[in-house]
Design a protein around this ligand. Structure first.
Ligand SMILES: [Zn+2]
Ligand SMILES: [Zn+2]
Length: 103
């Protein structure tokens, strides 16, 4: 199964197309933009509490059979936050001092 390339930042709703260099994901594919990860979330996923890494860019060009954005298209399902902002801030503040590898 391929990585789910989600279409938007779950926090600010910015578009994050497959070629975006500002998309960040957690291990569960929760997807945010880099500004929200740095400035709002302090590298704490509001859903799972994990950290983020840059989302890999799926090649537009089909270098190998079946493996391109056209053949394995991004998700179109828009995502929104599952918790309110106060809850997310408390969750972040509880976790942010712990390095992701120790969470
Ligand atoms: Zn954002
Ligand atoms: Zn997550």
């Amino acid at each position: 199964m391929a990585l789910e390339l989600r279409p938007n930042c779950e926090y600010c709703d910015k578009d994050l197309p497959p070629e975006s260099t500002i998309a960040r994901i957690c291990s569960f594919e929760c997807t945010f933009c880099v500004e929200c990860v740095d400035l709002k979330l302090d590298n704490v996923c509001p859903n799972c509490g994990g950290g983020f890494v840059p989302r890999p860019i799926r090649p537009a060009r089909q270098w190998r059979p079946g493996l391109s954005v056209a053949k394995r298209p991004p998700s179109t399902k828009q995502r929104q936050l599952s918790y309110d902002l106060a809850d997310i801030a408390a969750h972040r503040d509880r976790i942010k001092a712990i390095a992701p590898e120790h969470r």
